[in-house]
Design a binder for this molecule. Sequence first.
Ligand SMILES: *Cc1c(COP(=O)(O)O)cnc(C)c1O
Length: 321
Amino acid sequence: MLTLPTYDDVIAAAARLQGHAHRTPVLRSATADARWGAQFFFKCENFQRMGAFKFRGAFNALARFDDAQRRAGAIAFSSGNHAQAVALAARLIGMPALIVMPTDAPAAKLAATRGYGAEVVLYDRFTEDREALTRRLALERGMTLIPPYDHPDVIAGQGTAAKELIEEAGPLDALYVCLGGGGLTGGSALSARALAPACRIYGVEPEAGNDGQQSLRAGRIVHIETPRTIADGAQTQHLGDYTFGIIRRDVDDILTVGDAQLVEGMRFFAERMKMVVEPTGCLAFAAACAAGDAVKGRRVGVIVSGGNVDLVRYAALLAGD
Ligand SMILES: *Cc1c(COP(=O)(O)O)cnc(C)c1O
């Protein structure tokens, strides 16, 4: 039996993050409110350290290491924001970090991860099993593996964003959260259920990768092929045991949006709110915009999950190439 993390774990995570993570702003947009007839509260994790909420979960997990774990350090496999989050958290706490990344990871991501002081080990996506490689390295070096979402400390850390949002905005009628493996959605649900019991909670994933939605309907974790979508932070193939446990209990529904809606969201954030938001970071807002009566007259929280996007790609997406 799994012991799921609770809101008390989110409170403990918030204390650990105090002074290390940014308390990101909750922004409003009169234009958005008028256009969709809602009161929106945007929790802007694109302004979080390293550019995404993932810093919260990684720092919380690493901060709980004992002395022996700290000496050996943390290991993770990721080509995205989790890699940079673990690298930065390890540097701040003062421990080694090793990140396993694919040989074809974007050069900017490799450079950013190394820039935070992490050692990077490359693997061939087509011939090597990254989980086996990571487990072998972890064993050889005595390092502690921190997965990107299915870990109680990671989930509790991610939950601190929604905690801050609701504490600042007051009770919400609805909360929309970007969903990949479910760490952010699971953590947000812990906070929302505790602080705003009547709030409806929605996870939002890409249409092409609706494994979460399928899982919720089937009552078991459904696995899919890596989906083709511009939402690269949500190209997960399945939820985790912890995240699914929370989601099936606390989340009202899982919604999906198409890539064109994500581009519309990126455009809105750029034009109206002067923010660079990565495609995955637009999932929640895109679903709220399409929700019609479900948001009309309501107080709606939207978690903007990150802003890490290569600028050439960003420009091409906005231009509609
Ligand atoms: C990782 C990530 C997500 C998905 O988070 P999960 O915890 O895997 O559901 C969403 N947005 C951004 C920007 C991310 O980096």
